[in-house]
Design a protein around this ligand. Structure first.
Ligand code: SF4
Length: 558
């Protein structure tokens, strides 16, 4: 799931066979999903129509209309084993799914080759997730208000390595997690009462995310072996303060059933442990693998040897854009909910993907509507290869401020950044409560990009800056490469700090004014129905007389 890593080695490619074995057992309960898919194909179930908004669920392209999968049967498509075996690993496959000109295909191929030469596993996309990409990812159709002219397809941009991943090599690595110095075996700890147990290889994920911390993640030489997990389990049992464990990887649901069962059963024996969180992106990229069999196993194993109160299981997932919120995901979430598990979500704020008020609002509220609780909006890490994904914190804060009031408290996540050296999360929430009683408005106060950060345990980080760094030459070359890759200028707009030969600050690129929006604009973007004053009803007494009259004639008033 979200980038937490550990580090012993195993040859690249190991995970494939192992996971195919797992999924042989996952394909049993697909009937409902098959029926749902069939219904969609026959037009029986209303799925999202982006223009007319007849439902909020996004509809992927029917696989029968995609060259690569034209002859694939219903049963195959809905079989997670088939999905994994037929994941996209090469540009040649990708060319039969989306439109790429020769230069774009060559550039993706070059990027994949460079990343592979560094020991990375850069490309794996399940056919299901790939079907959520629009045919022309360079001119995506997005919702009105999403500024589609400056955007690329959000699923493409998250899952296909592009030359952007090779840019800004001297950015200065942040090392947000610093796992090596805070671990015992597979247990990685940053807080007094909770830790992450890394049970899966970095490359276990069903689809690889380009925005994952590439410096360490998707490293084909990294493995989590049984001994490391046993050491982690031992530590959790030893430290009586640990009442909450995040079972993660890679992806916690992509390990073998045997390993998953064993880990959960061992956790069930630990008396002071109260909550188990399972980190997985499977519901988003491979929803057909969320079967009743798998959920039954988790239900039983997590409390197999518990003697006190039941341990509560939470699922943690990773949705970044409403284009990922589909009928298939909704069904997987319903299954998880029906087994009594709560499912929460961490979104990463990503430039070119979701960095706008409209995109964030639609993503958060649509995930809530299907039963996923928005939990964190995370600042993208400053790591080599993903610097172009970073949105300045002050911009993120303004979006969060704009969302306040327009979406409910349970729909708005907490905005946070992971601080370097394993400092943990620091909240970045803007506040409407001004104890200094200064005249400056909030925009003026948060316009400064550098900050002094205080972590939860009182450590101070001075001059914390979220953006990556580049020389002017690196920046110019980067723009040239990406404009020619995308085929037009003005789309690729990375925000980086330009420095001179001595590392001295020159300027920040693409410094736009902070996003300001009047209430009516926010209202219009969320398509609320409005009154004569251009605003929606926020108090029924404002139209009390009209309501009384209508009520008398309604079925309730008779
Ligand atoms: S590749 Fe994606 S799902 Fe896997 S750990 Fe990284 S961010 Fe999470």
């Amino acid at each position: 799931m979200l980038p937490l890593r550990c580090g012993v080695s195993k040859p690249p490619g190991f995970y494939c066979d192992a996971h195919f074995v797992i999924f042989l057992h996952l394909s049993a309960d697909l009937h409902e999903l098959i029926l749902l898919r069939q219904a969609h194909l026959c037009g029986m179930v209303p799925v999202m129509n982006q223009e007319h908004g007849d439902t909020f669920l996004f509809k992927g392209r029917p696989w029968k209309e995609i060259d690569l999968w034209r002859d694939v049967s219903e049963t195959e498509w809905n079989d997670p084993v088939w999905q994994m075996k037929n994941s996209i690993r090469h540009v040649d496959q990708l060319k039969n799914v989306i439109t790429l000109n020769r230069h774009q295909a060559q550039e993706i191929e070059r990027t994949v080759a460079v990343l592979k030469s560094e020991g990375k596993e850069p490309l794996r996309i399940t056919p299901y997730y790939a079907s959520l990409m629009q045919a022309d990812p360079f001119h995506p159709k997005l919702l009105p208000g999403e500024k589609s002219k400056t955007r690329l397809d959000p699923v493409f941009w998250q899952s296909v390595p592009t030359p952007a991943n090779l840019l800004f090599p001297n950015t200065g690595l942040e090392g947000a997690m610093s796992e090596e110095s805070r671990s015992f075996g597979a247990a990685y700890q940053r807080y007094p009462n909770r830790l992450a147990l890394l049970v899966a290889e970095n490359t276990s994920c069903a689809s690889y995310c380009v925005h994952c911390q590439r410096a360490k993640s998707l490293d084909g030489t990294v493995d989590v072996n049984r001994e490391e997990i046993d050491r982690g389990l031992f530590y959790i049992g030893y430290n009586r303060n640990i009442d909450e464990v995040l079972v993660t990887g890679g992806d916690a649901l992509m390990i073998s059933r045997t390993r998953l069962k064993n880990v959960l059963e061992e956790l069930s024996r630990i008396p002071h442990l109260r909550a188990i969180r399972i980190a997985t992106r499977v519901p988003v990229v491979l929803p057909m693998a969320i079967t009743d069999d798998l959920l039954d196993l988790i239900t039983v194993s997590a409390n197999r040897f518990s003697t006190g109160p039941e341990k509560y299981v939470y699922f943690m997932t990773h949705i970044n854009h409403h284009q990922e919120i589909t009928a298939e995901l909704s069904l997987a979430v319903r299954r998880i909910n029906q087994h009594g598990f709560t499912i929460r979500n961490q979104t990463v704020l990503l430039n070119h993907v979701n960095s706008s008020y409209k995109s964030l609002a639609e993503t958060f509220r649509r995930m809530l509507w299907i039963g996923v609780h928005p939990y964190y909006l995370l600042q993208c890490h400053k790591e080599r290869g993903i610097v172009h994904f970073i949105t300045p914190i002050q911009i993120g804060k303004i979006y969060m401020k704009h969302l306040q009031g327009w979406l409910s408290g349970i729909t708005n996540p907490k905005y946070a950044a992971n601080i370097e050296g394993g400092g943990g999360k620091v909240l970045l929430l803007p506040s409407g409560h001004d104890t200094l009683n200064l005249d400056n408005d909030i925009e003026a106060k948060i316009a400064e990009s550098r900050a002094t950060v205080t972590t939860w345990d009182g450590k101070k980080v001075f001059h914390y800056e979220a953006l990556g760094r580049a020389s002017c030459e690196e920046y110019e070359e980067a723009m040239h490469i990406m404009d020619s890759f995308i085929g037009r200028a003005g789309v690729f707009l990375p925000k980086v700090i330009l420095v001179d030969g001595k590392g001295k600050y020159l300027e920040t690129t693409n410094r736009t004014s902070l996003p300001s929006m009047e209430q009516m604009r926010k209202c219009a973007l969320l398509q609320y129905k409005t009154q004569e004053n251009g605003m929606p009803i926020t108090n029924p007494t404002d139209i009390g007389e009209e309501l009384e009259r209508r009520f008398r004639f309604s079925k309730y008033g008779k």
